[in-house]
Structure formats: C-alpha cells, structure tokens
Design a protein around this ligand. Structure first.
Ligand code: MRU
Length: 356
C-alpha cells in the first residue's frame, strides 16, 4: 500500500521567505501568505494564520531566522538588539503551546553558539536550525505514528477534537499522524471529527485535510460526541496537545476535557499524541499551564458572521486541561506511555537522554 502521505503543505521556504497556508480561510480558499520578519510571523501566529503547537514552534523558528536574514548587514549591536526584539515579539504571540518557547530556546542556543561570528554567518546558522526543527518535527510525527498505529484496531472509528494533523505540524500530524500511519499499515480507519467551536478547527481543517487524503471522515457537532459514544459508535479517541505537564496533565483545545470525561464514562480509550517538545517538565501539574483567552467575538460568531447579541458577555478560554488519570496512553516519538504519571513521564524523558 502506498504511504498515506499528507497532501497538505502547512508552510514552505521559498526564495528566502516563509510561505504559510492561511488557516483562517480554509477550506473556502487555499491561499499562501508570505512572511519576511519575526514581527510578521508573530502576528501570523497571534491571528491564527498558523496554529497547532508544533506548527507554531516551526513558524517561530523561521521567524527568528527571517529576522536574522533581514538584519544580516547591520552592525553587531543593531543585529543583536534587533534579534532580541524579534525573540520578544514571537514569545508574546501566544502563551499556551510550549513548542513555541521550546523552538525559541533552541534558536537562542544556536545564536549563542554563533555569537562571535559575523551576522551573515549567524543568520546562516539560524536558518539551518529552523530547517532542522522543521525536518525533526516531520520525523517525530512519523515515529509517533508508527508507535501509535499499534493502538488503533482494524476497522476502528476514531473520534478526534480540534486539528492535530498536517496543518498543525510541519507535516503528517500528531493525532492524525497516528491515523495516517495506521492506514499505511493496512488498517481501515474512519474518523469522527468534532467541529471544535469556537474556531472550528475540526469542521474547517480536520475535515478538509482528511478528505484531501481520502481518509473517511464524518463531522459532528461537539455536543453529539456523548450520544455517539452511548450508541457504541466510537472505538477510540485520539487528540494532540499544546502542553503536557510533568505529571501527565494535558492542555489541549477547549472541549478536550469533556471528551475525556465522556470517554471514561463509556470505557473508550483516550489517547494523546504529542512530541517530546510538547512536554514541559518544568510544570508540576496542569494547574500551572497558562491558558489563553481570546477575543469574545470568536464566540459571538465566526469570521464576519455574528449570531449572538453584539454586547453579550463572553468567556473564551481556548484550551482546557485533561487530568492525567483520564488518559489511557501518551504517544511520543519515543514510544507509548501507558497511564501517564510523573514517574512514567520522568522515566520516558530520561530514556530519551540516554538514547540521544
Ligand atoms: O488554537 P489552536 O488551533 O492552535 O489549538 C490547537 C490544538 O489545540 C491542537 O490540538 C494542538 O496544538 C495539537 S496540534 C498537533
């Protein structure tokens, strides 16, 4: 069977610029926007041109690289101050996905290693590092896919929430990568996609990218998940993550927590697929994860459509935290952590260091 390659390209490096598919207008329009500075990338992240934790990390890395290229003819102090300002803009773009800060830390380390080089040399090294982060993300997703595919049975009907696919990563996807890999392994898998209000990542993005790859997908309203579970129409749940605390608590798209509660009630396995770059070992539990709240207009309507009274009060937390004890297994590029907790996650991270 040919590999179930994703046809979707989230971002691409062209003519010394980063092009990113504009995820705000999918699936109605497939358009790429071009970015040439850290500030432009930071705005693109904040405004959701690009979203999904690993994709945000890759975009931020390219943001630093672009800024260094822009400043490569500047005097040393101007280069250094300009790059610092670029880092600050990117770090302030969105707070929850730790991949952003992980990627910025890698870029800063690279810069430190090239501090005494010319700006031109430092810029080349930073661009090489951004390319490496991008390539490593695809490799991690493929590896996660191989580990996770073993958990998905032939014929499984798998519910997912939000978009943890090619569009949320450099390619292949985390949760959807597991599904793609299970299909590559010859299994018949169909997907039930929650629409994922308020930004509709499930309806607009997951449905679109799966259909583009001919993977069977059925869209449901978020509030239909419990009913389908009660009728034995869901065999497994798999989602991605924006940040995993040291004890295994998982921050992911708002609504993930209630899906996990429903899955437990119905004895349905609940899997989280996330690369090691999404694990934040500095946070003891999910209570410490910063949760982004976005503009109320995202709940009052979508894009230019408003259906709620214009001045109605709104709460719009865009992530929630699923406690580790509701998670059947956490899948990373290193393998599967069943019943994740602080001890198992620490062991998993240590194993990685030994094997690096
Ligand atoms: O607000 P978003 O669209 O950036 O949120 C994305 C999610 O919550 C994804 O599930 C998560 O980043 C995992 S992506 C592989």
């Amino acid at each position: 069977m040919p590999p179930a390659r994703s046809t979707v390209e989230t971002m691409r490096w062209r003519d010394s610029r980063l092009e990113m598919i504009d995820q705000r207008v999918l699936p109605g329009e497939v358009r790429f926007l071009t970015f040439d500075s850290a500030g432009a990338i930071a705005t693109g992240i904040r405004d959701m041109v690009v979203r999904g934790a690993p994709a945000i990390g890759c975009a931020a890395a390219y943001g630093v690289a672009l800024e260094s290229l822009r400043l490569r003819h500047a005097a040393p102090k101007e280069f250094s101050d300009g790059l610092d300002a670029g880092f600050a803009l990117l770090a302030a773009s969105r707070p929850t996905a730790v991949n952003l800060f992980w990627a910025l830390a890698r870029m800063r380390d690279t810069w430190k290693r090239h501090h005494n080089d010319t700006a031109q040399q430092a810029a080349s090294a930073l661009l090489a590092e951004a390319h490496a982060i991008y390539a490593a993300d695809i490799a991690a997703n493929r590896s996660m896919g191989r580990h996770g595919a073993a958990l998905i049975s032939d014929g499984a009907r798998v519910l997912t929430h939000c978009n943890a696919g090619a569009l949320a990563t450099a390619g292949h996807g985390t949760a959807l990568g597991v599904i793609r890999s299970a299909i590559e392994a010859g299994k018949k898998v169909s997907v039930i996609a929650d629409e994922t209000r308020p930004f509709l990542q499930g309806a607009r993005l997951t449905a679109w990218e799966l259909a583009a790859d001919n993977i069977p997908v059925t869209l449901i309203a978020d509030n239909a998940a419990g009913f389908l579970m009660s009728r034995n129409e869901i065999d497994a749940v798999i989602v991605g993550a924006d940040r995993v605390a040291a004890n295994g608590d998982v921050a992911n798209k708002i609504g993930t927590y209630q899906v996990a509660v429903l899955a437990r009630r119905h004895n349905i396995p609940f899997y989280v697929a996330a690369p090691l770059s999404t694990i934040d070992a500095t946070l003891t539990s999910g209570a410490d994860i910063p949760i982004e709240e976005r503009d109320g207009d995202e709940v009052r309507g979508y894009a230019n459509h408003r259906w709620a009274p214009p001045n109605v009060a709104v709460r719009n937390p865009v992530f929630d935290v699923t406690p580790a004890d509701l998670i059947t297994a956490l899948i990373t590029e290193r393998g599967v952590i069943r019943a994740p907790d602080a001890a198992r996650i620490a062991l998993h991270l240590r194993d990685e260091q030994h094997n690096d």
